[in-house]
Design a protein around this ligand. Structure first.
Ligand code: TXA
Ligand code: MG
Length: 323
């Protein structure tokens, strides 16, 4: 007899209700969508979102897709334009993700959006995903439920094998599409195909006209050679600082940091530090300072992603051509 994995729960109404409660309490739940299995958390809870990155062992903070039960709910997080309305009307619920500007009052965690002013949103077309979002009563941030760099899972067993740390996998059978959603960026002058996926380019182009490739879009010229977009602070970052110099804001880590410094985690908890990273950089990115001095963050666990992000932010300033 094959021993069943206790973490895999059949997607009964009762288990979906329990899973929704777990998400509300800050937990992680892997769940099926029509594309692939996602690893979900309350998108408005920075700590829970940080746990997603920890579980996936992501070496970097890439922005996550935020899942909503309906278009009206997504419209509370991002600003829809006429084209977005049409695409949502035609393809949602479904395997299309739209990148749109974050609303000023958007409740979604900055870490989930990798600190960007834009957010990727989607309404999945799978009864279990729909029921889970409704039970959780919050938007769900969910990347594919695999360890970073491995293939996306299309069954509950794939998730359990690939993510040993995940405690709840809702089993809704094999994903009908088995390929990730198509990602379209609508924040540029022309719509850009960021990732081909479950909805074909041709289908999207019936509404959008020819889609630009990322390398031809304005955003690519802003960050040549990379499709990873990240929040770029206006102020230069000075890394490995021991203290603030005159005119600098100080971003510390751990109990050793000065009391008056902004602190990623006063107790030295690396997951908490990840949860606070983008929100604190934004808070310190103010014209009264000339730079942000950042104290060392250990390289362990999520520390690698935090330091990757800090180094990129620091390098980006060094590379800037404008005066
Ligand atoms: O089908 C899917 O999309 C699955 C299921 C679970 O919904 N999710 C998924 O998530 O594939 P993930 O995290 O593995 O891929 C998200 C993609 C990445 O390519 C990321 O760069 C892009 O979406 N993305 C997310 N937010 C973005 C943003 N604000 N701007 C540009 N790209 C973004
Ligand atoms: Mg993925």
């Amino acid at each position: 007899m094959i021993q069943s994995d206790p973490r895999i729960l059949p997607a009964s109404a009762e288990n979906i209700a329990l899973a929704g409660e777990s998400i509300r309490q800050g937990g992680l739940v892997a769940f099926p969508t029509e594309t692939v299995y996602g690893l979900g958390a309350d998108a408005t809870n920075e700590q829970s979102v940080a746990q997603i990155f920890a579980a996936k062992e992501r070496p970097r903070f890439t922005p996550l897709i935020i899942h909503f039960a309906a278009t009206q709910a997504a419209a509370q997080a991002v600003d829809f334009n006429a084209l977005a309305d049409e695409l949502a009307e035609t393809f949602w619920p479904g395997a299309l993700t739209l990148v749109l500007p974050r609303r000023r009052d958007c409740a979604v965690s900055f870490l989930a959006g990798a600190g960007l002013d834009t957010l990727a949103v989607r309404v999945p077309n799978h009864p279990v995903a729909q029921a889970l979002i409704n039970e959780a009563a919050c938007p769900i941030a969910a990347p594919s439920a695999n360890r970073s760099g491995t293939v996306s899972p299309t069954t509950a067993a794939h998730v359990a094998e690939n993510l040993p740390g995940v405690t709840v996998v809702l089993d809704g059978g094999a994903c009908p599409l088995g390929i990730e959603s198509t990602v379209i960026d609508l924040t540029d002058e022309f719509p850009v195909l960021l990732r081909p996926g479950g909805v074909t380019r041709e289908e999207v182009e019936t509404l959008t006209g020819p889609l630009a490739k990322p390398e031809f879009a304005g955003q690519a010229s802003k960050s040549p050679g990379t499709r990873d977009r990240h929040y770029a602070p206006g102020l230069p970052l000075r890394l490995n600082a021991e203290s603030a110099r005159s005119g600098e804001a100080l971003l510390g880590f751990g109990p050793g940091a000065p009391k008056d410094a902004a602190n990623l985690s006063p107790t030295g908890d690396i997951v908490e530090a990840a949860a606070n990273l983008f929100a604190l950089i934004r808070a310190l990115d103010r014209p009264e300072f000339r730079a942000i001095a950042v104290m060392p963050v250990p390289e362990t666990g999520l520390g690698a992603a935090i330091n990757d992000r800090l180094r990129r932010a620091a390098a980006q300033y060094g590379d800037r051509r404008e005066p």
